[in-house]
Design a protein around this ligand. Structure first.
Ligand code: ATP
Ligand code: MG
Length: 138
């Protein structure tokens, strides 16, 4: 593992594709790899890093169907960032609107991560976003 520390959070990067994806400076990225290669986690690593570095920014993550926002998305988020949930730190976060039309993660630094299902495209309009990421984009 390559370990980078941000605030009180360690980002353990799997050497190879995940590390390259996390560190890339490209504005548009695609991570294609085998089952369990760490793609979902890699997306969350970029979300966390961006949110920490850009207070107040809003972005959106999609999963193909709403059920996948619970698993794997929020499960993977909590598996790594659970210790920051509800903490009084810039990168402390809370989950709001679970299963509703405005499901989101809010950081204390003003960042918002909108959680949306691509099966409900009508919920993918009406907001301004600094970034967007699709898990299971295929
Ligand atoms: N850098 C990492 N440090 C610790 N655990 C990791 C890391 N990357 C991935 N994992 C863990 O490995 C498992 C698989 O990772 P992940 O779900 O991101 O893979 P995936 O490529 O998205 O899988 P799938 O093909 O099923 O969508 C998960 O339990 C995840 O938490
Ligand atoms: Mg995945």
């Amino acid at each position: 593992m390559v370990t980078e520390t941000l605030a009180t959070v360690e980002i353990d990067l799997i050497p190879g594709a995940q590390t390259g994806f996390f560190r890339s400076k490209e504005s548009r990225l695609l991570f294609v790899a085998g089952q369990g290669a760490g793609k979902t986690r890699a997306g969350l690593q970029r979300v966390f890093n961006y949110s920490k570095c850009h207070p107040g920014a809003t972005g959106v993550i999609t999963e193909p169907i709403a059920a996948h926002l619970d698993y794997p998305l929020m499960q993977s988020w909590r598996e790594w960032l659970g210790p920051l949930e509800g903490q009084a730190l810039d990168v402390g976060w809370v989950e709001r609107g679970r299963h509703g039309p405005d499901w989101r993660i809010e950081f204390n630094n003003g960042c918002t991560v909108l959680l949306r299902a691509a099966e409900s495209p009508e919920r993918l309009i009406g907001f301004e976003a600094a970034w967007a990421g699709m898990d299971e984009a295929a």
